[in-house]
Ligand binder design. Structure first.
Ligand SMILES: [Zn+2]
Length: 93
C-alpha cells in the first residue's frame, strides 16, 4: 500500500525517484529505435519535468523526448495517484 504521508512532502523529482525505486515507473528504459539505454533529463517541456532521451549518434530517435509516464490506458491505480500528486507539486526547475 502507498504511504501518502511520506509522499506528501516530496518534490516532483523525489516523487519520481520514489516511484522508480518502487517499480511504479521504469527506472531504466531502452531506445525503441537503437536499443541503447535512454538518459533521464530535466525538462520544462512537460509537467513531469523529466523525460527520457536517446543520445546515440545516428539514431533515428536521437534527442527525441520520451515521456516517463505510460499512456493513460496502461497506468495502474498507484501510478494514477502518484501522477495526480506530482501534477500538484510546484515546479523545481
Ligand atoms: Zn536511439
Amino acid at each position: 500500500m502507498l504511504n501518502l504521508d511520506l509522499l506528501h512532502g516530496m518534490t516532483k523529482r523525489q516523487l519520481i525517484d520514489w516511484m522508480m525505486t518502487n517499480n511504479l515507473l521504469e527506472a531504466l528504459k531502452k531506445c525503441e529505435a537503437c536499443n541503447e539505454p535512454l538518459v533521464l533529463k530535466p525538462t520544462k517541456r512537460n509537467h513531469d519535468e523529466l523525460g527520457w532521451r536517446c543520445f546515440k549518434s545516428g539514431c533515428l530517435k536521437y534527442a527525441t523526448w520520451i515521456l516517463i509516464f505510460p499512456g493513460y490506458c496502461c497506468r495502474s491505480e498507484a501510478v494514477i495517484i502518484c501522477h495526480l500528486l506530482l501534477v500538484d507539486r510546484p515546479s523545481t526547475i
